[in-house]
Design a protein around this ligand. Structure first.
Ligand code: ADA
Length: 553
């Protein structure tokens, strides 16, 4: 087995407002990894370079994995640059020669200045720091670069396997399934493409998240891959998971917390997901960027279905139409699809939230992104969340139509007392305008409520108004078979702009959470639980228990 060193812990830290000269940095402080430097004194809200340093005992060939940084970064080993961290939140692996066995210096320079991938207008805070674990593995010269496993037939347990090695060699490879059945194959030109059957297999579903293991041994290298047996398809307007109709109900969720920023600890992620599941939900849209590997493993094991997407929020021309932007989006889409390939929880892959999909010039961009993802993954469903509604001209290019309508919140004028009566007719008009032969989901809908603000007449921004609005939206979408899913905007309040003066973002937060930023539920939480309990959706949700009244006493 590989020697693995988890490098999380307390690292030396320095902050600089301008690009640092590596040789001259005085590491006067310490911070935690994972962690965000701009959520804590003395760097709260500051923009610049957050430089993390630690020593590592190792040598020879190594793989260094970093599970996301913000907003960008660079990695240095003994003073030499070994790679860039170009995209916020993107997990990256670096393979390099670490030198003689002994003590070496690892420096990760993060930078939270906005760039042409994370623009300053995004409606979520651009945190700085190292968001996920940093792991170093010592490798033999011939090593396994990647293992991809996917389901060919869920009825028979027939799987497809691809193994890529570090060298274009011809070698024997040993595969051991669930610590039982062993089979041997020959790697040719450094690659193996084969198929295998899993005996006594158990399907992966949200209600029964069964996982299997494959131990892959190549020379002196060995890795164990976890995988699930499941197939996702569309048939007309329906989503099918393992041949059965699947309906989605859940939340858009940001990686965000006042004390942790985007570096939420696993225990908080787990608490979030358990809370969401107890409400009867089966779905998370990982809005609006790559999800942490630890989060996806959690979703695999818990049975939470996931939509993962690249970072590219509401970008407008000329940037949207530039060759550079497309190249970066394609690169992100390919990297992300490869990184998440073996996670059965990921059923939808997305890109370009709320793009300009009403203009024909955007069609080739969506087509190119669709093809790039499809080339990597033959089965996942591919889409983007649109807010162009009846004007959208790209719906034929994707597998599921996903829209972000906000009736009752964004459409009512200042004089209207309540926008709730707008919800049903607006939803219906939208449904009537869609191509009739594709699945349709609401990828976002919601309204703001300031935690603790109550009003006897359900004024806007009160918890009462939000609860009423979301109940109306849920009672439509969870009971009409035309909708294959509903994903509420959003699970919890999340920091947006640093100052609350931006219209509609009091406190500097996006307040459309059903919980506040500390996960304290607003009234909408229980209102939605009741809608779910009484819904058609529940009959399709595959055995997730919903918290009943009796559980709450
Ligand atoms: C959009 C966007 C979300 C959020 C939301 C809102 O739909 O996709 O990220 O900004 O609007 O709260 O207005």
């Amino acid at each position: 087995m590989r020697t693995q060193k988890i490098l999380d812990g307390t690292w030396h830290f320095a902050f600089s407002e301008s690009e640092p000269d590596l040789g001259k940095i005085h590491f006067a402080n310490v911070l935690s990894v994972p962690g965000c430097f701009d959520v804590t004194a003395p760097y709260y809200g500051r923009r610049g370079y957050g430089i993390y340093r630690r020593r590592v005992e190792t040598g020879g060939l190594v793989k260094l994995s970093i599970d996301g940084v913000g907003i960008s970064g660079k990695v240095f080993w003994d003073g030499q640059k070994i790679g860039d961290l170009k995209y916020a939140y993107m997990p990256e692996d670096f393979f390099f020669q670490a030198g003689k066995r002994g003590s070496h210096e690892l420096v990760i320079v993060t930078c939270n200045f906005y760039n042409k991938i994370f623009f300053p207008f995004y409606d979520f805070y651009g945190y700085g720091g190292i968001f996920g674990s940093v792991i170093l593995e010592e490798l033999p010269n011939l090593f396994i670069r990647q293992v991809r496993i996917n389901t060919m037939d869920y009825r028979t347990g027939h799987m497809r396997l691809r193994v890529d090695a570090s060298e274009a060699c011809a070698r024997e490879i040993r595969l051991c399934l669930d610590d039982g059945k062993v089979f041997e194959e020959i790697l040719e030109q450094g690659r193996l493409d084969t198929e295998f059957l899993v005996p006594d297999f158990r399907l992966w579903t949200p209600g029964t998240p069964n996982l299997h293991h494959l131990r892959v041994t190549l020379g002196n290298d060995e890795i164990i891959e976890e995988f699930g047996i499941r197939e996702i398809h569309t048939e007309g307007t329906k989503l099918l998971l393992n041949g059965k109709e699947l309906r989605l109900m859940g939340y858009n969720r940001h990686e965000s917390h006042p004390y942790f920023g985007a570096a939420t600890p696993l225990s908080l992620m787990t608490a979030d997901l358990q809370f969401i599941r107890a409400q009867g939900c089966n779905f998370i849209r990982g809005s609006h960027y790559p999800q942490r590997r630890s989060f996806l493993t959690l979703c695999d094991r818990l049975g939470m279905l996931v939509w993962e997407e690249t970072l590219g929020w509401d970008v407008k021309p000329p940037e949207l139409l530039s060759a550079e932007f497309l190249e970066q989006q394609l690169d992100q889409a390919r990297k992300l699809t490869r990184a998440g390939f073996n996670h059965p929880c990921i059923i939808i892959r997305g890109f370009l939230n709320e793009t300009e999909s009403q203009i024909p010039e955007v069609r080739p961009i969506i087509k190119a992104l669709y093809d790039a993802v499809r080339e990597e993954d033959a089965q996942c469903l591919i889409t983007f969340a649109s807010n162009k509604y009846e004007q959208d001209c790209c719906m034929d290019l994707v597998d599921i139509i996903a829209m972000n309508p906000y009736p009752g919140w964004c459409d009512a004028d200042w004089e209207t007392v309540s926008g709730v009566p707008n919800v049903r007719p607006r939803f219906q008009r939208l449904v009537d305008s869609l191509p009739p032969d594709k699945p349709y989901m609401i990828s976002e809908t919601g309204g703001s409520a300031v935690y603790g603000f109550h009003d006897p007449y359900r004024a806007r921004w009160s918890e009462e108004y939000q609860a009423r609005l979301l109940s109306e939206a849920a009672s439509v979408a969870l009971n009409d078979p035309r909708y294959c899913g509903l994903s509420i905007w959003q699970f919890c309040d999340a920091k947006s702009y640093i100052n609350g003066y931006v219209a509609g973002r009091p406190r500097g937060f996006n307040d459309k959470g059903v919980c506040d930023e500390y996960r304290r539920p607003k009234m909408a939480w229980d209102a939605l639980r009741k809608c779910i309990l009484n819904s058609e959706y529940l009959r399709h949700n595959g055995g997730i228990p919903v918290m009943e009244e009796t559980d709450l006493k």
